[in-house]
Design a protein around this ligand. Sequence first.
Ligand SMILES: Cc1cc2nc3c(=O)[nH]c(=O)nc-3n(C[C@H](O)[C@H](O)[C@H](O)COP(=O)(O)O)c2cc1C
Length: 389
Amino acid sequence: MKFLTAGESHGPQLTAIIEGIPSGFTISIDKINRILKKRQGGYGRGRRMEIESDQVTILSGVRFGKTTGAPVTLAIENKDYSHWKKIMSIYSEDENNERRVSKPRPGHADLNGGLKYNLKDLRDVLERSSARETAIRVAVGALARQLLEPFQIHFLSHVINIGGITADSYLELELTSLEEMKNQIEESEVRCISPHKSAEMIKVIDRAKTNGDTVGGIVEVVVTGIPVGLGSHVHWDRKLDGRLGQAILSIQAFKGVEIGIGFDAANRFGSEVHDEIVYSKERGFYRVTNRAGGIEGGMSTGEPIVVRGIMKPIPTLYKPLYSVDIDTKEPFQASIERSDACAVPAASIVAENVIAFEIANHFFEKFSGDSYQEIKGQFEIFQSQVKEY
Ligand SMILES: Cc1cc2nc3c(=O)[nH]c(=O)nc-3n(C[C@H](O)[C@H](O)[C@H](O)COP(=O)(O)O)c2cc1C
């Protein structure tokens, strides 16, 4: 599967065209919209999210609720566009162009994009580089993960760090079920499983806000029900960990990625890092521990996949940083467009859904076919092959 997205932050809509979705899958628009709503939430978000209430429209590739195998087009309308029609006009230039941007914001794409594309109105850059684009990527992932539901593959995400307040990783938690974990996460305004840590994280966000500052953090995505053998060791661009890493680092403001115990592997001896292999007749081959986070040699091991992403603090600060005007070449202190103080909880939903697309992509690469029936058949053949191995 592959997809393209298009659309500006204050343009009429965001669009995605997904190619390669097999036929015969039932799609629920409600499920996509529920996930889109979660992306808009979380403590610390700014006013833009009060204006938007994202709803997806499917414009092609689905008929009578089922995929047909044709490209699927998704669209999300930008409600805010009604206030920006003149400024974002496709046809005629707004003579005053009052919202022209000549002051590049530190930590954003503004200056690099202006220099690279030779654009003298930096709005042309910021409209596309904005994290508003993540809404449509979440919709794509929310659709892709539905295709994996019949195979019992499930996704969740939670926040394990905001501004230095840390909570346990999935690898350290002792939970009876994923459902239990999901319920606890949904109850927290910052999507953190610990109520105590949630309260501390909220305090850090409040402190940042009071100081005109922002905070970042760490999100963790967990995927369960994964069969062994997604991805491949045979070529660099087929390695599952490499592809998941790219997906995470493609999210606006994400600067690091970890799989399993991640960077902590550097602090440990090998015997404390690698997972011993065991076998039982009922379960087949499995690992007692999962420090590898479900991936070895570029392939899924069958254990839950655990991926973390590190988000930098939002670059737009009410306590502005210095920059240089592109017209006058004079220094100035960056002015504020409305902005979030912390978007880590929202970003955990983005991370969960970009990972969902990548997993679905690898799943349909391994169990390829044009229809659900064909894929189901392939999946079952492979499952018995593994059982009899
Ligand atoms: C969900 C989400 C919301 C964001 N909201 C804002 C925001 O309100 N203001 C802002 O300056 N940056 C925001 N960002 C971050 C910027 O989009 C990002 O830092 C910027 O595009 C520069 O890209 P880079 O940080 O990846 O280099 C947000 C990011 C995400 C993932």
